[in-house]
Write a protein of this length. Structure first.
Length: 199
């Protein structure tokens, strides 16, 4: 099934910019800029939406404004309103089990401890496509997970992600053009490290 919706997960508010948990927001913002579309806040959906009309079929970009833990409430309302199946949605989000900058494309699996994905699974069920971007593991085992994912990228990390952004946008366009299976073969071709989730 072709992708009709791309949702980037994150937390609303300037204080969360450049945090690990907001990489989904950041990437979907970059995608909107690439297609030169304007965001519109839709209170009924608890989200910001941008509609891309320049592709073969319309593409809806979404940033839920519910805060991460309730992302599924927003996305569920949008899918039901537009009568779309979960399989037509691609969700971009951070993954602490992937090395910084790595990407992984999958269609199945658990939430893996990610509260935003858990909310989507609870509200929509499975079947949606997942584009996970590595933000690196906790620097210390004792560190609280929330503190880690809400921490900001340092300068070197930011520079790396800026350098990789064109590649991310190319991968997202590959998914849109070729579909999930062919895109997975290219995006996931590097062998996963022992600490990385492979689902």
């Amino acid at each position: 099934m072709s992708i009709a919706v791309i949702a980037g997960l994150g937390n609303p508010g300037s204080q969360y910019r450049n945090t690990r948990h907001n990489i989904g927001f950041e990437l979907v913002t970059k995608l909107a800029s690439k297609y030169d579309v304007v965001w519109k806040t839709e209170a009924r959906f608890e989200a910001r939406l941008a509609l891309v009309k320049s592709l073969e079929q319309p593409l809806l970009l979404i940033q839920p404004t519910t805060f991460m833990n309730a992302s599924g409430r927003s996305l569920g309302a949008i899918l039901r309103y537009y009568k779309l199946l979960p399989e037509s949605m691609l969700v971009i989000y951070d993954d602490i089990t992937l090395d910084l900058g790595r990407t992984k494309l999958s269609q199945q699996g658990s939430a893996g401890g990610h509260n935003g994905v858990a909310s989507i699974l609870e509200n929509i069920g499975g079947g949606f496509l997942r584009y996970r971007v590595g933000v690196g593991a906790k620097p210390h085992k004792e560190m609280d997970l929330a503190d880690h994912v809400l921490s900001k990228f340092n300068k070197d990390e930011q520079n790396l992600l800026v350098d990789l952004t064109p590649s991310y946008l190319e991968q997202l366009q590959l998914i849109l053009k070729e579909g999930a299976e062919p895109a997975m073969k290219i995006i996931n071709q590097r062998t996963a490290q022992s600490h990385e989730r492979n689902d």
